[in-house]
Write a protein that binds this ligand. Sequence first.
Ligand code: PMP
Length: 457
Amino acid sequence: MSVYQDRARLTRLWEAELAAFRAARPESARLHRAAEEVMPGGVPMLWMEKWPGPWPVYVTEAKGARFRCADGIDHVDLCLGDTGAMVGHAPEASVRAIAERLAQGSTFMLPTEDAAAAAHELAGRFGLERWQFTLSATDANRHVLRYARLVTGRPKVVVIDYSYHGTVDEAYATLDADGRVIPRRGNIGPPVDPALTTIVVPFNDVPAMRAALATGEVAAVLVEPAMTNIGIVLPEPDWHEGVARACRDAGSYLVIDETHTLCAGPGGMTARDGLRPDAVVVGKTIAGGVPAGAWGMTTTFADAVRAKLDPDGEGLEDIDVGGVGGTLAGNAVSMAGIRATLAEVLTPEVYPGMIARAAEWTAGVQAAIDEFGVPWQVTQLGCRAEYSFRPTPPRDGREAAEADDFALQQYLHLHSLNRGILVTPFHNMALMSPATTSADVERHTVAFREAVASLFG
Ligand code: PMP
């Protein structure tokens, strides 16, 4: 359902941007042709095909909020690896710690001192006492759901309609028109019908959450504190308290996924808003550029897991890899990366600047919306902001999804890419790193106004 009616104009504009892209990016084209011989779509992971334009831009080097491509074009990076590089590209303290660790050996099946330091830092930020480490936020989510099932003996998890938590089987489900759980569009080969594993609840719907938990089947509720993967959807005032109370009443674990909402503050929205989950998941940017994920638990939750794995306190026989693990999880390089990045890069002191840049970006987008009377809205969450093609902020994932207009979005993204600005694909999101400047933001403001003028002027 699109509010943009002039499709002929959109097609004309799109074709002009495509021609400009082709003309400016011959070296990326050459690299892509060579890559197509050995990788489906010419990319190391299929979703990397999903950029606007006939081939992806090939990166050569990046620092802070900038990257240079194979065609020598300098870009402002507002995508920042979809939060993987929220701390900025190649932050010095992280690179130093990672390189030093790498030179001294990276993976042993044994811990290094950095692990406890990283866990202390995370515990201080999120208020959860016990931490475990993975290579991705996906794995952290997967593992904490397993722990919740183990402890409760219950089969199901609750996720929010149109949420995203990585490639977690239980989580890629939605509701059909009759309110039944079905696989989300694009769910590739689900192992079982998600209706067997999952109850889906709309965001901001406390009665639906209570009804889901009243089944007594729910091991864990997995939620982002604000939705960030279908545009930004902010929680209404009673939502988090309602979810927490419903979980407590039902004896289900509350798991808050802060992978993206770490944009809201050093301890995510959990710390900012005083939320009290049983577990928290983080990942992406925490190790400054090398793969790492983590989940934190209350002592009560961690002890309950331990009691199940080792009921008589005598043996380690079952503390192994039955669904939770990974040989490189907790490796020394990830641990050094997390320790240095949290202590020296993504410190509490850098947040006010990042959040101020996001406010400037939001004001720039709002100014163009107002000038041309466009029925779009923009929402800020910490150092992240996003616009969508509807006049008011969405209340839940379905409302956000219904405002989608893929062709319009592709045009806006290509328009900005052709002006040296990378916006996060799949939606209209911008993220600010500690290195992002007001001048970087202004470049977007100018280009965005030009794009809106081309559509509505
Ligand atoms: N949780 C959230 C909220 C996410 O947005 C994502 C990825 N976009 C993940 C988890 C998974 O992260 P990864 O793909 O790095 O495992």
